[in-house]
Design a protein around this ligand. Structure first.
Ligand SMILES: [Zn+2]
Length: 616
């Protein structure tokens, strides 16, 4: 039978009884104890719960739902609440808020309702299971209004099984409702998605998690330092469930009082003053001090991987603080931490920080499968110290801003003219002329007077040539990071926007947009994605849009507007990202004219090919 219940939920009536009568016979994990019992108690997903309640009130419920988003942010909880609302016996029709006390509500909550079947699609993903499920949908519910199937981890279902499911979704019996919960909605076939209402769950905001933790600590009579709760909220990283599960572990350690120290040692966190000190040493170019700090940390028992992850997060926050200011809502951290990242942001330029972040991201992802973690961590940190010296080559190769003299290094007197018309959307920060002429693909040989906000390059009357700054570094750089070959439509603009989304946790939106067609006309960036207008509306929050406009304008070096429009309905999505470390990426890089020129002129060799879309 397919009714295997997902691991998160209790199946035994006994445990459930304890859970909801609040009799502390045995310790019950907090996430379960404080699981929302009503839509109004769900934290941070008002856009979902409000829509669902309205739909129920107006009698417009669907037969298929997709709930997508990160783990631990309430997808299955909302699925269960919706199941309760649909089957609640307090009324003779679905109710906007479940009563919570009728047989149906209590059974669903306890996970033992006959008519609500929770399936872990990770283990029941095949055609046979789904066929069985299809067969079962032909029978009417045993007692309640609807027969409801909640498929957890739904993206794991095989293609053949999805096809079988599709037949049921095409002509669903009146009494059947499917709810698909998934962290990877892009892996669910478009044919299925188009027959479901799709709700994209947000990561829960820091303040919301913190507020809820405060309430729970109070209800549990736990005296907790505010710093301890802030650390918990940070460690949860947008997931209430993760934050609560750390709190669960912390309570036995806290003798009377929950301190920040307890939480820190529990999650293996490096005190953030140490992160700040490491970055100060980087700013001072002090390789030795960086190595000494790392040595001290590792001998205290911190893991290289964990430290790298924290430094990644710290750098990300410092970068955001630099760009958007320390009080930006893009920073989901405590006020203490805000001050700290703001101080570090002061030490570096935005480009420096982005580069440090990139180096640490890469170091972190490499650490996972390398035997000598410590050495790789140290190498990564040293690269950060040296990063300033790597500036020109990276700028050149990534075809980012090419303002003459950017970074303060002198460029060769004679600019190298690269007849590369594909760099259409590159722009020179600070130079509207450069941006304009580059956009039009006119690499004029006429001397163009340029406004020079920074120390000028050797020849200020040089023609506007993208990437002419200091190619000599190529010869000594082991970090020759070659970019993805640009597509006719603005590869780096696209990447700038996608990166901005990814680094702020908008991965779903990012992968949706990644499949789209990007066009730039005048100052309007249009992204056509193969989804319905409704999906776009749900996926594209006002905040994400602001973020995208900001990133696009920064990358282009001028102010852009943004439109995301639906594409052709039937066009299949291409999930998954092109692999870049393999031969394909390398050969494309080898064909890149800049790289070829580097090899010719300086005998540079390609060591590593990094796909900027895969730097996580
Ligand atoms: Zn009820």
């Amino acid at each position: 039978m397919v009714a295997a219940v997902s691991g998160h939920f209790p199946t035994s009536a006994g445990l459930a009884g304890i859970a909801y009568n609040r009799i502390s016979v045995s310790y019950q994990v907090l996430a379960r104890k404080y699981r929302p019992q009503k839509f109004s108690e769900v934290i941070g997903q008002e856009h979902v719960t409000r829509t669902l309640r309205n739909a129920i009130e107006q009698g417009r419920t669907a037969h298929g739902y997709i709930f997508s988003g990160h783990r631990g942010i309430g997808k299955t909880t909302v699925a269960r609440l919706l199941a309760m609302a649909l089957n609640c016996r307090s009324s003779d029709q679905p109710v906007a808020e479940p009563c919570g006390i009728c047989d149906s509500c209590t059974e669903i909550r306890a996970g033992n309702s006959v008519d609500v079947i929770e399936i872990d699609a990770a283990t029941n993903r095949g055609i046979d299971e789904i066929r069985e499920l299809r067969e079962a949908t032909r029978y009417r519910p045993a007692r309640d209004r609807f027969k409801i199937y909640i498929l957890d981890e739904a993206h794991q279902i095989t293609d053949a099984a999805f096809n079988a499911l599709l037949k049921t979704l095409e002509e669903p019996p009146d009494h059947v409702v499917f709810m698909l919960a998934t962290t990877q909605p892009e892996d669910i076939p478009q044919t299925i998605r188009s027959r479901c209402q799709h709700f994209n769950f947000r990561t829960v905001r820091f303040e919301e998690v913190l507020g809820q933790l405060r309430k729970i600590a109070e209800r549990e009579n736990i005296a907790a330092e505010e710093d301890a709760l802030a650390l918990l909220a940070e460690a949860g990283d947008g997931s209430m469930r993760d934050a609560l599960s750390i709190l669960d572990q912390a309570i036995p350690f806290a003798s009377g009082r929950l301190t920040a120290e307890t939480i820190r040692s529990l999650v293996g966190a490096v005190p953030s003053d140490v992160l700040e000190e490491v970055m100060q040493a980087v700013a001072r170019n002090s390789s030795e001090e960086v190595l000494r700090r790392v040595d001290a940390l590792l001998s205290e028992g911190h893991s290289p991987l964990h430290f790298a992850r924290q430094l990644v997060r710290f750098l990300r926050n410092a970068t955001v603080a630099k760009i958007a200011g320390a009080d930006s809502s893009l920073l989901q951290i405590s006020s203490d931490e805000r001050r700290r990242v703001a101080r570090v942001a002061e030490l570096f330029t935005e480009e420096d920080l982005a580069r440090q972040l990139q180096i640490m991201l890469r170091t972190h992802s490499e650490l996972g499968y390398r035997p000598e973690q410590r050495f790789h961590l140290e190498l990564g940190l040293l690269k950060m110290v040296h990063a300033q010296r790597l500036l020109p080559i990276e700028q050149l190769l990534s075809e980012a801003a090419a303002a003459p003299g950017a970074g303060g290094l002198s460029s060769p007197a004679k600019p190298v003219v690269l007849p590369d018309t594909r760099r259409t959307e590159s722009s020179a920060a600070g130079s509207p002329f450069a941006a304009d002429s580059a956009r039009k693909g006119k690499l004029s040989a006429e001397p163009t007077p340029l406004p020079q906000p920074r120390p000028p390059a050797a020849t200020s009357t040089a023609p506007v040539v993208m990437g002419s700054a200091a190619p000599a570094i190529a010869a000594i750089s082991p970090e020759a990071e070659a970019p993805e070959e640009p597509t006719p439509a603005s590869a780096d603009l696209r990447q700038g926007v996608l990166d901005a989304l990814e680094s702020t946790g908008n991965r779903m939106l990012s992968s949706l947009l990644e499949t789209g067609a990007w066009r730039l006309q005048g100052s309007e960036l249009t992204i056509q994605v193969p989804s319905s207008a409704k999906v776009i509306e749900m996926a594209l929050s006002a905040e994400a849009k602001r973020l995208m406009v900001g990133a696009a304008s920064r990358t282009a070096g001028r102010s852009l507007t943004l439109k995301v429009v639906p594409g052709e309905a039937g066009r299949p999505l291409a999930p998954g990202r092109p692999s870049s470390n393999g031969g394909g990426g390398r050969s494309r890089v080898e064909q890149n004219p800049i790289v070829q020129r580097m090899k010719e002129k300086f005998g540079a060799e390609i060591r590593t090919v990094i796909d900027y879309r895969e730097k996580r």
